[in-house]
Design a protein around this ligand. Structure first.
Ligand code: ASP
Length: 588
């Protein structure tokens, strides 16, 4: 090693020892007779001191020419500091420099390598290797490392085997677009990058692996948002000879273990909520249960009083924003604007304030007498000082809008603390989802998910097919879906039936999934599994909104890596070799 110690290591105990440190110049300060250099490495910061008459003139002269981020090796004696810095673990000591070697000079970095930087997003992405020198960014990646190690420790302890599955595969239908890779050796043919290792992990169960896991890259060519990346990482797991209950218990234990190991928190047993309840009470299949404010359906309470908006609505739903009766007209107008935003989608907002005496005054007093409004207040369990917010319209749309409004109110009332964790299981998802624009059913989870045996008969009737529930579950923490999975179909006939329900002809099913259907004829055990979004889980543990901060080299919102400048055009020769028309290259 070029060093004897790290920059985070030295304490008063080391005083008098001669040490060699290496690292980057964090900053320099010259006070005439004495100058200081703060040296940084991954482990911390250490102050170097150079005093006139103590350190040699040569060393002092060398120090004068240092800039930020120069890479140094320094040798000197550890000394007790005159003025100590109790914010720094090494703040009791400094190094009296005897020898200083510049291992490499550095250009002035384009932004400050400090906890608080002056660099904008784009600049930091372009120079990500410099951004990664910053403490908060490095700590995020260290958290990720810790999480990955804990996951491996736990699953290994439970007899899970880590198996790598291929990256060059064939499309798996998880509902997103595939990234494809042209095959040079098979002109005109393409591999697809896995959206998940779904079919492979199922085949591993057929092979008798019994318990599999992998911390694995997955690829989905979707429109990007703050919490999405075209390539992301899953903790992918599968178990054989299990029922839903076994999976829920095993992975509840994993998450409890992670919270304990990484955050020192006991999260206790995870509550379970059915999909139907989640939609009814929160309008959302990933409810943020850090706060209550659940929906109350008001159809029976408010209809029939001559207010056409309510009388004509499929659903009227309210929430009680505790203690918000003091909201000003301006604040209520803001909320009305909020619900009318296209992403939220409501046409208007009705509100009612409960005053200190319990009297209710609403924005629709013209239609509702004080006695009628008391019924609203009772239905929503209101107390003096509460504000009731009501939306009406088509059921699905209205629930979605109310869910947004609920989250907004939770935010305004500071009920969504990043240090609070409220995990739960959402269970009993519908098997199928009807997509209006496509005019057909789609698998809500994926086509390999098993219907609940007790709902099988409902599959026979087109009227009831939408009601079939699946043995499918999501783990939700603070309104974020961190994991999801299902018990799988392991019977060839059921799987073939499922493909046909999803609109695959026999030939198409065979062409795409023949290998799986075949495998099911060679002794497939009952099995099921789950996959966690690892980046999301890390960002949640780290108290951040974006997963980007927890990925070493992420892509930006347009799916670009601005540091290596990718994607990029490839040469005509490369295209030709891949038997791809060269139009793209010519255009550029
Ligand atoms: N493959 C699924 C997904 O990526 C997870 C699972 O069913 O295990 O969502």
């Amino acid at each position: 090693m070029l060093r004897t110690h790290t920059c985070g290591e030295l304490r008063l105990d080391h005083v008098g020892q001669t040490v060699t440190l290496t690292g980057w110049v964090q900053r320099t300060r010259d006070a005439g007779g004495i100058s200081w250099i703060v040296l940084r490495d991954r482990y911390g910061l250490t102050q170097l001191a150079l005093e006139e008459g103590v350190e040699s003139a040569e060393v002092r002269e060398q120090a004068r020419h240092l800039g930020r981020e120069f890479v140094l090796s320094v040798t000197g004696q550890v000394a007790e500091r005159y003025s100590k810095n109790d914010k720094l673990p090494t703040g009791d000591i400094e190094i009296r420099v005897e020898k200083l070697t510049v291992l490499n000079p550095a250009k002035l970095p384009p932004f400050l390598i400090e906890d608080e930087t002056d660099g904008g997003d784009d600049l930091r992405m372009k120079y990500r290797y410099l951004d990664l020198r910053r403490n908060p960014v490095r700590q995020n990646l260290m958290l990720r490392h810790q999480m990955a190690q804990a996951v491996r420790r736990f699953l290994d302890g439970q007899q899970f085997i880590e198996v790598e599955t291929p990256v060059l595969i064939k499309s798996t239908p998880e509902g997103a677009r595939d990234f494809v890779v042209p095959s040079r050796m098979n002109p005109g043919e393409f591999y697809a990058l896995p959206q998940s290792p779904q079919t492979f992990k199922q085949l591993l169960m057929v092979s008798g692996f019994d318990r599999y896991f992998q911390i694995v890259k997955c690829f989905r060519d979707e429109d990007l948002r703050a919490d999405r990346q075209p390539e992301f990482t899953q903790i992918d797991c599968e178990m054989a000879f299990v029922e839903q209950e076994d999976i829920l218990n095993t992975f509840e234990s994993l998450v409890q273990y992670l919270f304990k190991e990484v955050k020192g928190l006991d999260i206790g047993k995870l509550p379970r909520m059915t999909y139907a309840d989640a939609m009814r009470l929160y309008g959302n299949d990933k409810p943020d249960t850090r706060f209550d404010m659940h929906f109350v359906e008001l159809n029976d309470v408010v209809k029939g009083q001559g207010f056409p908006v309510f009388d004509n609505a499929e659903l009227i739903v309210g929430i009680n924003a505790h203690t918000c009766a003091h909201y000003t007209r301006k604040q209520l107008d803001e909320l009305t604007e909020f619900v009318k935003k296209p992403q939220v989608g409501a046409t208007g907002l009705v509100y009612a304030r409960v005053d200190a005496d319990g009297n209710v005054k609403s924005s629709v007093d013209k239609f509702y007498s004080p006695e009628e409004l008391q019924k609203w207040s009772a239905a929503l369990g209101a107390n003096p000082g509460d504000l009731l917010l009501v939306l009406a319209g088509p059921a699905h749309k209205t629930r979605k809008a109310m869910s947004e409004l609920r989250l907004e109110m939770g935010q305004r009332l500071c009920l969504r603390d990043k240090n609070d964790f409220s995990p739960l299981w959402v269970v009993d998802f519908p098997l199928l989802e009807y997509i209006e624009e496509e005019g057909r059913y789609f698998a809500m989870h994926h086509p390999f998910t098993s219907p609940k045996p007790e709902d099988m008969a409902l599959l026979d009737n087109p009227e009831t097919i939408g009601q079939v529930r699946a043995n499918a579950y999501d783990m939700v923490i603070n309104g974020v879906e961190v994991g999801g999975g299902s018990i799988r179909i392991h019977d060839r006939a059921v799987q073939a039936r499922m493909f046909s329900l999803l609109g695959f002809s026999d030939e198409e099913a065979k062409a795409q999934f023949g290998f799986l259907l075949d495998a099911f004829e060679y002794g497939a055990p009952p099995h099921g599994g789950i996959a966690f979004g690892f980046d999301r889980l890390c960002s949640l543990f780290g108290g951040a909104d974006s997963i980007r901060d927890f990925i070493a080299f992420p892509k930006n919102n347009s799916g670009r890596d601005v540091m290596i400048d990718s994607p990029s055009v490839i040469s005509g020769a490369q295209l030709k070799e891949l038997s791809i028309e060269t139009k793209v290259a010519e255009k550029k």
